[in-house]
Design a protein around this ligand. Structure first.
Ligand SMILES: Cc1ncc(COP(=O)(O)O)c(C=O)c1O
Length: 338
């Protein structure tokens, strides 16, 4: 294992020893291979650079309580990347290839997988992009699939904390018939102008539906859920990314006797909830202390500490990810380190 101060890692890139690559040409994906060169030579006219013909994924590898190595639901990320690829006119990466490449990247960099006790993990970032040079606006015929891994710190080094969020009606993350439901780079570059100023003030951004600006969509890099009595409510929208953690939490609600509603949530309903949180691979659950509506000065308060439903769900999903309870839903993909 590398000599790294695991407990002080943040969500930033730490170099590792290998990346994994596979190239698509003439209708065939090459066998994935590991290389110690983290750079990729790319033609300046490649469609990835010209037209943002690109998609990516994010998932985590855990060292479990009994020393196993487990990736959380990688087949879900594979399927989501296939949907993103189809939407961007790219060759989809088959599920077997996606998982083989992730496994290889983890195995080749196993010394960067943090110890169980630290709460840190090895983040996996698969990337797919068009490499064919084009100056006419059209898609590539050749693609590169690449997997980068990097150790990242626990999201909550000092306990399960809360974050304030601010509504933004002046920047739309995604149009109703746009690309919001896919994990493509352009969605993120175009939202920096909303997320960066908010982050500088220690806040997250809550995006609304771009048609009417009346209903909740999602956060910059996570879905949102709210809790009313014993009901977990999360937005139904065609412009949000289908979060794998949100899907998992809804299943866990069933196990824990919590009702689930997936429906439109109006901003005007925000005062009726007792808890709010963003959810995604990074933090699993990140409780929201308050949502600020800067256009009318309203502040919706959810408390400076995580509420009881957030606490229960957080414990439930973390216990599965770290192998502390039986994996009854078969979400842990165990890999052999060597
Ligand atoms: C825009 C957006 N929404 C939601 C999520 C959460 O998805 P997941 O739970 O699969 O990490 C992410 C992170 O991948 C995201 O970037």
């Amino acid at each position: 294992m590398k000599d790294i101060d695991w407990t002080h890692l943040t969500f930033s890139y730490t170099p590792t020893d290998y990346i994994v690559r596979s190239h698509y040409a003439n209708g065939v994906w090459s066998k994935p291979y590991a290389t110690s060169d983290p750079t990729i030579p790319l033609h300046a006219a490649a469609t990835a650079l010209q037209y943002a013909q690109q998609a990516f994924e994010g998932l985590k590898t855990y060292r479990t309580v009994d020393g196993k190595v487990s990736i959380f639901r990688p087949e879900m990320n594979a399927q989501r990347m296939q949907q993103s690829a189809e939407a961007m006119y790219m060759a989809p990466v088959p599920t077997d290839l996606f998982i083989e490449a992730c496994e290889l990247a983890v195995r080749m960099n196993i010394d960067y997988l943090p110890p169980y006790e630290t709460g840190a993990t090895l983040y996996i970032r698969p990337i797919l992009f068009g490499t064919t040079p084009k100056v006419g606006v059209s898609p590539a015929q050749e693609f590169e699939f690449c997997v980068v891994v990097t150790p990242i710190g626990p999201y909550f080094p000092a306990g399960f904390g809360t974050t304030p969020f601010i509504i933004n009606r002046h920047v739309d993350r995604a149009a109703p018939l746009g690309t919001g439901q896919w994990k493509v780079g352009g969605n993120y570059a175009s939202s920096f102008r909303a997320t960066e100023p908010a982050h500088e003030q220690g806040m997250g951004v809550l995006f609304l539906d771009s048609e009417e600006h009346k209903y909740l969509d999602e956060c910059g890099g996570a879905n949102i859920f709210l809790v009313k009595q014993n009901t977990y409510v999360t937005p139904l929208s065609q412009s949000i990314l289908p979060s794998i953690i949100n899907d998992s939490l809804m299943t866990l609600c069933g196990d824990l006797g919590i009702s689930v509603e997936r429906r439109k949530i109006a901003v005007t309903e925000l005062s009726e909830f007792q808890e709010a949180a963003s959810c995604g691979t990074g933090a699993a659950i990140s409780p929201i202390s308050r949502i600020i509506d800067p256009d009318n000065g309203t502040i919706y308060e959810y408390g400076e500490q995580a509420g009881p439903v957030c606490e229960r769900l957080y414990r439930a999903i973390r216990d599965i990810q770290y192998g502390r309870v039986p994996d009854t839903h078969h979400w842990c993909h165990y890999i052999h380190p060597c």
